[in-house]
Design a protein around this ligand. Structure first.
Ligand code: BGC
Length: 765
């Protein structure tokens, strides 16, 4: 459970959304300059106007308010406030942020102010930028201005956003502003200066703050998750996460940018690896960098999977072929949220905020004028479930910010990657809240309660088989099942019983038994109460007559059968010979008469037989004498119990002996006189094109006759389906005769097509 005051937010950054790049005295930033360089940005685009948030901020705050967003993480444009980075303060810039902050507060939205999100004032860049040791002073001066003007209303401050990126992509790799490809020596110095600047800003913010403020920092990196839950794999993933990269962009690592800030030291591995390139690092430097902070921000997007290889060394696990990817090609790895935050929390022991997480999707305005973005919903849901899991396992995560509120200028990708909860038409500046925006509104309203834990996955089952003296081989002939012998009487298709449990055939839970799944993932079954999975579905092949039986009700079974459930069941006749009959009920009028007839073996007079035909449904309430006769193939749906009392077995012998009878119990429970079950309900749960065959105390059973297409809605704890004839599709998945599966809870709608007959059942609540 997330705490009541969990902070649900969205994040943005100045250059990406503000526009007004040349207005009201704003100075140039390195991004204004970089975007002008040919071939640097997708289709030569820039952030001069972008979402024009500078003029639309009231509308944007109103959208946030409507969506119930509690906190807004935005960044200041340093050169809007200090056009030259230092010195002259631009009042119009201060005014803009004053108005924004006031508007947020008036709408009950908590501002989280980031000082620097990559847009270094160009004047400072000309002076050497992060390479110049004076940048520590510059950033400190800027922090003082920020604290003096905004800390009367803003309580939460973040110094730097992602030094791994602005140094790595900006100066090592060079695809972001200012587009340099500097060497290790220079970039290590820049990183060191930037970390010192962070420390200086923390000091200045606190010094000039007008109230108690909370200061943090927002680094990022790829996270690492173990391949399995083994101790070795977990340890390998942890080691990998905090290791220094041996190849690729050196800044892409966690410990070089976190250890100094939160622990006061650079990681030993890095000190050794970079030894020949390091700047002078003094004790004073480390003290400056290691300022006490109130929280750790982390921007988390994805991660890798690691296993313990030879000698326990971390080994990269190749991604699965066809792995989920976002529009910009980033892998979708929700588990990194759990493992990443867990590893970070264990090492740094800081309260955490997920300061960014989100996805770029190919969003378009649909024919109905709305923006449907199910992929974003899926992504955010899956990641947020892992945030919750981390919190539940003890990680102190206090808030989460979706990247991002508005589609915006995505750096070198220009406007080609949409990350927003709100669609922006960059020509007209029209905003349209995407489905994910409304989805997030519900998540916030329910404090995460509306998140779906598991994907709505159809649970396909693998049946188990039972051999019986009366069994045959039609389970193979008719359904193609691999049966153990030619006396196989029962296919336990959907079962989670101590005498056998079906296996999950495929998907996330592949290989688990239905019993295990029911115990560990009760949410899939609508969080039903009770220890046992409530229903059992079998196919019975009666090659010979079955003994004549009767079942107890719940009450009798509880007292006499060790707390077991009684048994209510029903039979759907799949096939039977012409003129076939079945035994249902008896002719005794009183208990004395019953006793007498049993004692005198007057079976012919006692037992009631009725004719049956393919497609008949027969309900057998507890206390009903019943037996299946030779040649009948049927689908049985019953309460999950294996308790049955044998009344008469046609005097047959098994292994030379008669099978055990349970006369006393039978006589206790037999209903006198017999009454047939009548389904009185007229209206089917699924409406007119689905027949409701049974609606009794324990279950409902339906027959879906599919010819063409059917769309259904359901709001049941779960539903069992067995295809008994033909084939077709359920939600695009091919299903054939003999398939059994469960639609779990939250499977709110399903689509059937093809030519088939399905018998479905659900537990009665
Ligand atoms: C940055 C954002 C960027 C987002 C998506 C984050 O690393 O902080 O500015 O838009 O990633 O690429």
């Amino acid at each position: 459970m997330l705490k009541e005051d969990f902070v649900w937010g969205v994040a943005t950054s100045a250059y990406q959304i503000e526009g007004a790049a040349k207005e009201d005295g704003k100075g140039e930033s390195i991004w204004d300059v970089f975007c002008k360089e040919k071939g640097k940005i997708y289709e030569g685009q820039d952030g001069e106007v972008t979402c024009d948030h500078y003029h639309h901020y009231k509308e944007d705050v109103a959208i946030m308010k409507q969506l119930g967003i509690k906190a807004y993480r935005f960044s200041l444009s340093w050169s809007r406030i200090l056009p030259d980075g230092i010195g002259h303060v631009n009042q119009a810039g201060i005014d803009f942020y004053d108005h924004l902050i006031d508007e947020l507060l008036a709408n009950g939205i908590e501002p989280y102010l980031t000082m620097f999100h990559w847009d270094l004032p160009n004047e400072l860049h000309k002076k050497g930028g992060w390479l110049n040791p004076d940048c520590v002073k510059w950033f400190g001066e800027y922090a003082k201005v920020v604290a003096e003007h905004f800390s009367d209303r803003v309580k939460n401050f973040i110094t730097l956003n992602e030094p791994e990126c602005f140094i790595g992509i900006g100066y090592v790799e060079g695809s972001n502003a200012p587009g340099y490809k500097a060497g290790l020596k220079d970039t290590l110095l820049m990183a060191h200066n930037a970390l010192k600047a962070h420390g200086q800003a923390v000091i200045e913010l606190r010094k000039y703050a007008k109230q108690k403020i909370y200061v943090g920092y927002a680094p990022t990196c790829g996270m690492a998750s173990p391949e399995t839950n083994s101790k070795e794999d977990i340890e390998a993933a942890r080691r990998y996460l905090f290791s220094i990269p041996k190849e690729g962009m050196w800044t892409w690592n966690v410990s070089w940018f976190n250890d100094p800030v939160f622990l006061g030291t650079y990681p030993e591995e890095g000190l050794q690896q970079f030894h020949d390139y390091l700047p002078t690092i003094t004790k004073e430097d480390m003290e400056l960098i290691h300022q006490p902070l109130d929280f750790m921000g982390q921007n988390i997007y994805n991660g890798v999977t690691i296993r313990a290889g030879r000698n326990g060394e971390p080994e990269y696990v190749e991604r699965k072929r066809g792995y989920d990817r976002t529009q910009v090609g980033w892998p979708v790895t929700p588990e990194c949220m759990y493992w990443g935050t867990k590893f970070l929390y264990e090492r740094y022991k800081m309260p955490m905020f997920i300061t960014e997480n989100g996805i770029a999707v190919h969003d378009m305005i649909a024919m109905d004028g709305r923006v449907h973005d199910p992929d974003r919903i899926t992504f955010l849901n899956r990641y947020l479930v892992e945030v919750k899991r981390a919190v539940e396992s003890g990680v102190d995560i206090r808030g989460y910010f979706v990247w991002t509120l508005l589609d915006n200028f995505e750096w070198d990708k220009g406007y080609s990657a949409r990350f927003g909860l709100v669609y922006v038409d960059f020509e007209s500046q029209k905003r349209i809240v995407k489905d994910s925006g409304f989805w997030y509104q519900k998540v916030i309203e329910s404090n995460g309660g509306s998140l779906k834990k598991a994907r709505n996955e159809i649970l396909h089952l693998k049946p188990i088989f039972k051999e019986n003296i009366w069994g045959g081989k039609r389970l193979k002939d008719e359904f193609g099942y691999e049966i153990p012998s030619e006396t196989t009487g029962e296919c336990w298709a959907v079962c989670a019983h101590e005498h056998g449990s079906s296996l999950i055939r495929e998907g996330t839970y592949q290989g688990m038994t239905l019993s295990e799944l029911y115990t560990t993932h009760r949410e899939l079954f609508g969080n039903l109460k009770g220890e046992q999975f409530p229903l059992l579905v079998k196919i019975i092949d009666a090659n010979h007559n079955l003994s004549i039986q009767v079942h107890p009700d719940d009450e009798y079974a509880r007292i006499h059968e060790n707390g077991s459930l009684g048994k209510m069941e029903c039979w759907y006749i799949l096939d039977c010979p012409k003129d076939a009959t079945i035994i249902i009920g008896h002719h005794a009028k009183t208990r004395e008469e019953l006793k007498e007839m049993i004692e005198n073996k007057q079976w012919k007079e006692l037992i009631r037989e009725i004719p049956i035909h393919k497609g008949d449904m027969i309900q057998i309430n507890p206390g009903t004498v019943h037996a299946i006769k030779e040649g009948t193939l049927l689908l049985e749906t019953q309460e999950n119990s294996d308790i049955t009392y044998r009344l008469y077995d046609y005097d047959r012998l098994q292994n030379g002996k008669p099978r055990e009878l349970h006369l006393k119990q039978s006589m206790d429970v037999i209903q006198i006189p017999h009454r047939d079950y009548v389904n009185e309900k007229v209206e089917s749960y699924f409406g007119s094109n689905v027949e409701e065959l049974i609606d009794c105390k324990s279950y409902m059973v339906w027959r879906f006759l599919v010819k063409g297409e059917q769309e259904h809605k359901m709001n049941l704890p779960f539903m069992i389906m067995s295809v008994i004839e033909g084939n077709g599709f359920i939600n695009g998945q091919l299903i054939h005769k003999g398939d059994h599966f469960i639609l779990p809870h939250d499977y709110k709608s399903f689509h059937l097509s093809g030519a088939m007959t399905i018998i479905a059942s659900a537990v009665k609540q």
